[in-house]
Design a protein around this ligand. Sequence first.
Ligand code: FAD
Length: 414
Amino acid sequence: MPSATREDLPTIDVAIIGGGIGGLSAAIALSALPNLSVRLFERHSELTEYGAGISVAENSWKVLELLGAADSLTGAPTVPGAKRNGYTGEIVLPEPGIPRKRGPTRVRRTRLQSVLGAQVPEGVIKFNKKLDGTDTTADLVVGADGIRSVARQSLFPDHTLSYTGNTSFRTLCSAASLRHIPDFSLQTSWWFGVGGHIYMSPVDDPSHPDAKFEFSCRSGLEAEVDGKTVSWGIPASNEKVLSRYKDYDPRVVEALSQVREGDWKEFALFSGPCIENITGWDKVVLIGDASHPLAGAFGSGAAFAMQDGWIIARAVEHARSSSAPVAEALRVFDSIRSPYYQKMYAFRESQKPLLQKVRQDKIENFDDTLRARMSQTGLAGKRPEGWMDWIYKNDIEQVWEDYVKSEKEKEELN
Ligand SMILES: Cc1cc2nc3c(=O)[nH]c(=O)nc-3n(C[C@H](O)[C@H](O)[C@H](O)COP(=O)(O)OP(=O)(O)OC[C@H]3O[C@@H](n4cnc5c(N)ncnc54)[C@H](O)[C@@H]3O)c2cc1C
């Protein structure tokens, strides 16, 4: 079929719901295509974010480059981070490594959102516009409205979320306020305890005068509160957070105590079952957390959201190059991304026994239990070389090239 030229193409109206990491990425990539009228609707009055820091691994760097946003993103280069017994501070897994440019990096979430926002053409983002799934007309609707997606609810009314039993307390605090603590490292580290852990990391170059340090404290012992549905950033008091970690190493307790009252945010983590196909009605596509409502997607939820945003643009471009309708773009997108998310759900399922074990541990003999766990192959254990490259090193451009190649081969066979 001959390729359509720019002039032939009728303009298609694109409505993106949600100005988070996925929506912004889709807006950048789709706005770069000819004859598309792109609008992004964000319910807040500005680009907001919750949640302290975010990990940027090779998968994210790759897609940030494709989106033209990699050069302006700064953060703290990290190595995987020593894993410690939370109570004694003993290092049980050193995880040595050398931080490198464009290697794993922890960044402030605000920075990631603003470097993406800066790449979105003027006028595309419409603030203060909360969509309820019924009040816009468009040829293509991109549901990028996060874990509590209205777009998903409209497409799949029977799909429900439930509390995972895990809550995360997160904040950024001044790195300078921690420097007085003797023998306390301002490097990335993990401190494990019964039913939870604390991840801590710099998120800025330490020479930055206002360098921040992140605490992300996971608790798997929080009771489910009836009717509580908030998963994104409600305030938590210092007393509440400290009470969960009072038996930890005194350096950790001292460090957590430096957080200013009012700065902690609590995230009750919700998730829902895997959705087989993440498109519908020949015009709606779900991306980011809307498409795979997993609380805890291996610290790569942001990467997935950005990859989705870039791939939907490739799929639209591909379909339009042969004058195919939007439905064909959705088919292409779904055939690339749904199997990936299905694999992720299956992988998480395979890790469940290990995660359940974490909750059953006792403080007595905790060191033995932790060491045993670290020596196993598993989420927190010794990792066979490259065991998670399909996530952390996923090169989305290569994924796209492979797809195009395999389609061509199929065509040639027919
Ligand atoms: C505690 C916690 C820690 C995390 N840590 C990491 C990490 O370290 N690394 C990582 O990669 N990922 C992490 N994630 C996951 C990551 O935050 C998400 O995967 C990512 O933000 C998904 O982007 P998104 O654009 O799909 O959704 P979101 O970032 O949630 O954005 C959704 C946007 O849609 C808007 N919106 C919602 N409803 C409507 C509506 N009806 N109309 C208009 N606008 C609407 C919202 O205001 C928001 O701006 C973490 C998540 C949590 C909860």
